[in-house]
Design a protein around this ligand. Structure first.
Ligand code: HEC
Length: 346
């Protein structure tokens, strides 16, 4: 009897079958990509679905999402088939999906030639006092006049923007990153998208260098950092995130450190923090700091000499010296969570 129960459990939780793959290819691939990396619709991989619950995914597939092209399949698929599709999208693909130089270059869209952009705002408001409001629910961005609190424009964004809007040093351009790795450059003077590139399959966040030259995307899939030209978002280089012993890691967060002329990246899967210098002809070659815990996120102190990091267990904050990598202090704050995003201009 016991054996039988085990066998049954194994049957019930069997990974998505060839039938489910066929269902996916027939009904879903057109919008979500045959490889599930996303197309017109978002990527459907466990890494990307992240916080989406299985029950919510089931409801979306059955009933659709309001005001989107995701229609409900409740009348075409049985409840069982929908459940199988939920399992399917939460199961990693057989092979680790690839997103390399060729994919990044092929994704690159130049919407307007940056050289043709006028040099004056096309609206009557202070261009340095605008708010970029990300409406994550329905994937739109509103540009708000910060004096009058009136919208200047509203446009559809990539699916699930996150990590906060970043700005060029002169404040004219804003850079947005989406869950699925799309980086968008938007001109706040002429109110239009300038360029877009899909830097990765899944991106944690982006940072913009103080010299206005680079956009750095910190990614969780693939495990790398991607450097884009801040002008037209073309690819400059890919930095795989690997340790001396050959392990690879997701990136937890990247931020710009203006006085250091560098980016700093925290890693999620091995105990290093990377500093990538770009000033004085430096070429973003990582300087690796050995730290004693992996960090989920961090912020800088005012001097940019230390970072204040949040460890995975969320109970401990760490103060780490950015020159030596040594821990200067540890804070035991039960439930401590550090929200660093967007709090440093870049
Ligand atoms: C006509 C295009 C289209 C088809 C066909 C389609 N989808 Fe979607 N799907 C979308 C779009 C667009 C979204 C994003 C909706 C939104 O804006 O919230 C989406 C969202 C989803 C989400 C939620 C993702 C998230 O991260 O919140 C799931 C799950 C999903 N689709 C599964 C499926 C499955 C399974 C099928 C096949 C049975 C399917 N979709 C067919 C376009 C499509």
């Amino acid at each position: 009897m016991f054996k039988f129960a085990l066998l049954l459990a194994a049957l019930v939780s069997a990974p998505a079958s060839a039938d489910t793959d066929a269902l996916y290819q027939e009904h879903c691939a057109e919008c979500h990509g045959a490889d599930r990396l996303g197309a017109m619709g978002p990527a459907l991989l466990p890494e990307n679905l992240g916080r989406l619950r299985a029950a919510k995914a089931e409801a979306i597939i059955r009933d659709g999402e309001v005001a989107s092209q995701m229609e409900g399949f409740g009348d075409k698929l049985t409840g069982e088939e929908i459940k199988d599709l939920v399992d399917y999208v939460f199961t990693p693909t057989d092979e680790v999906p690839v997103w390399d130089e060729a994919n990044i270059n092929a994704s690159h869209i130049t919407a307007v030639d940056p050289a043709t952009l006028g040099d004056k705002p096309i609206f009557d408001a202070d261009p340095l006092n605008l708010f970029v409001v990300v409406e994550s629910g329905d994937h739109h961005v509103t540009i708000l006049d910060g004096d009058r609190f009136e919208p200047l424009t509203r446009f559809q964004s990539r699916f699930a923007l996150h990590g906060g809007a970043k700005f060029s040093p002169d404040g004219r351009f804003t850079y947005l990153a989406s869950r699925d790795g799309w980086v968008t450059k938007y001109d706040l003077y002429t109110l239009q998208i300038v360029a877009e590139t899909r830097a990765a399959i899944n991106t944690r966040n982006i940072a913009v260098s103080s010299d206005g030259k680079y956009v750095l995307a910190g990614n969780t899939l693939p495990h790398n950092l991607v450097v884009l030209d801040a002008g037209d978002l073309s690819l400059i280089k890919i930095l795989p995130v690997t340790s001396a012993s050959g392990e690879s890691s997701r990136v937890s967060a990247v931020y710009n450190a203006p006085p250091r002329h560098s980016f700093v990246a925290a890693l999620k899967d091995f105990k290093e923090v990377w500093e990538l210098p770009y000033g004085d002809g430096a070429d973003l070659t990582p300087r690796r700091l050995q730290v004693d815990t992996v960090l989920d996120d961090f912020m800088f102190d005012q001097s940019y000499e230390v970072i204040i990091g949040a460890a995975r267990d969320l109970e401990k904050g760490q103060i780490i010296d950015l020159d030596t990598g040594k821990k200067r202090a540890e804070m035991n704050w039960p439930g401590c969570r550090i929200w660093a995003q967007g709090s440093h201009g870049n």
